[in-house]
Design a protein around this ligand. Structure first.
Ligand SMILES: NC(=O)c1ccc[n+]([C@@H]2O[C@H](COP(=O)([O-])OP(=O)(O)OC[C@H]3O[C@@H](n4cnc5c(N)ncnc54)[C@H](OP(=O)(O)O)[C@@H]3O)[C@@H](O)[C@H]2O)c1
Length: 319
């Protein structure tokens, strides 16, 4: 019988690549894709691809216990943006943990998508709170029996944010028609970007040899890329002359609030999160046991990603 693999966030970026890579293994795992809404278009696509959908909500512990019943593997990720605040995100992460505790008889790997503790980093920012909530959850996992089978993965900002969250990470068309990428970093800041596709491949390797990765943390940075390098590839791919404008942390926060209507605390968190890279591009990766490069070869480069992305769909979606 195929072992049961429960994937949280299966309709999202991280869980989405995990389920599609597990599917490629052709029935090796009985994959349960967790969603709050099995009737959504994204869920229906997963079902059409052959996945079993499980309806559960991270706010509802009973639903989570049912979703993970008998699981051999769990991939868990919380969604800070939808949760809206760290208290809710922390509660959701701890709910998944509580549910996982009921599977200890079968559980071989609990893969937690975490982030480092911003409070212990040598950075001048106090509001990168969604890192702290994920780190608090990881500490609780480690303190529990589930910690014995924990592997934590820590991703940098996704390449895919260019299309998924263009208001935060992507180039913006100005009123005069010019395209400008505005970030609170310098043109030559090497930012630690992640292709979510590399996460999918990493998870399939971890579960092939869970013992090797138990209690370990893996940093998942596919390539360090500067805004100048990003725009060079993007401009070539889409035929634009996008320029880069470096903003201060405050300017970037104000833009998220005034142009994109982000609530102030969320705008501050996102602004400080990115600003960290200007001060210390090496921030966040300390204290991990493996880098994804130790596990996988052929990590996706930014240039490869840009050549593969469906930019026609992107331009349609923002017009
Ligand atoms: N963006 C980045 O560059 C980046 C980098 C590192 C880490 N992260 C972290 O990644 C996390 C988000 O992951 P993602 O980008 O994969 O998310 P995403 O693409 O925005 O999708 C969110 C997923 O979470 C599920 N979800 C939300 N609320 C839920 C709930 N109450 N119960 C059950 N499922 C729920 C959604 O499922 P349904 O809607 O189908 O229920 C969906 O599958 C965030 O916490 C963020 O801090 C992001």
């Amino acid at each position: 019988m195929a072992k049961i693999f429960v994937v949280f966030g299966a309709t999202g970026s991280q869980g989405g690549v995990v389920v599609s890579d597990l599917l490629r293994l052709g029935g090796k795992y009985a994959v349960r894709a967790v969603t709050r809404n099995p009737e959504s278009n994204k869920s229906k696509k997963l079902a059409e691809a052959g996945l079993t959908l499980v309806q559960a909500d991270m706010n509802d512990l009973d639903s989570l216990k049912k979703a993970v019943k008998g699981a051999h593997f769990i991939f868990a990720v919380t969604d800070f943006i939808t949760a809206g605040n760290v208290e809710t995100e922390t509660m959701q992460g701890l709910n998944i943990l509580e549910a996982a505790k009921t599977t200890l008889d079968t559980l071989e790997a609990y893969i937690w998508s975490g982030l480092p503790d911003a409070r212990t980093q040598p950075i001048p920012y106090q509001n990168v709170v969604h890192f702290n909530s994920k780190n608090d959850i990881a500490k609780e996992i480690r303190r529990s029996a589930v910690g014995r089978v924990l592997t934590e993965v820590r991703l940098g900002p996704y390449y895919q944010n260019f299309v998924k969250a263009p208001q935060v990470y992507g180039p913006q068309k100005q009123s005069d028609g010019a395209w400008v990428l505005m970030l609170p970093v310098n043109a030559d800041t090497r930012m630690p970007f992640t292709s979510v596709q590399d996460l999918g491949r990493l998870v399939t390797v971890i579960v092939e040899d869970p013992a090797k990765y138990r209690t370990k943390t893996v940093s998942v940075v596919s390539q360090r890329v500067t805004p100048t390098e990003m725009l060079k590839s993007w401009n070539k791919a889409v035929g634009l002359k996008t320029t880069f404008k470096s903003l201060s942390t405050d300017e970037y926060k104000e833009r998220l609030m005034s142009v994109h209507k982000f609530p102030s605390p969320m705008a501050l968190t996102l602004a400080e999160n990115l600003s960290v890279y200007r001060d210390d591009p090496e921030a966040w990766i300390e204290g991990t046991d493996f880098a994804v490069q130790d596990v996988l070869s052929d990590l996706k480069t930014w240039d490869e990603y840009v050549k593969e992305e469906d930019w026609d769909a992107f331009f349609k979606s923002i017009n």
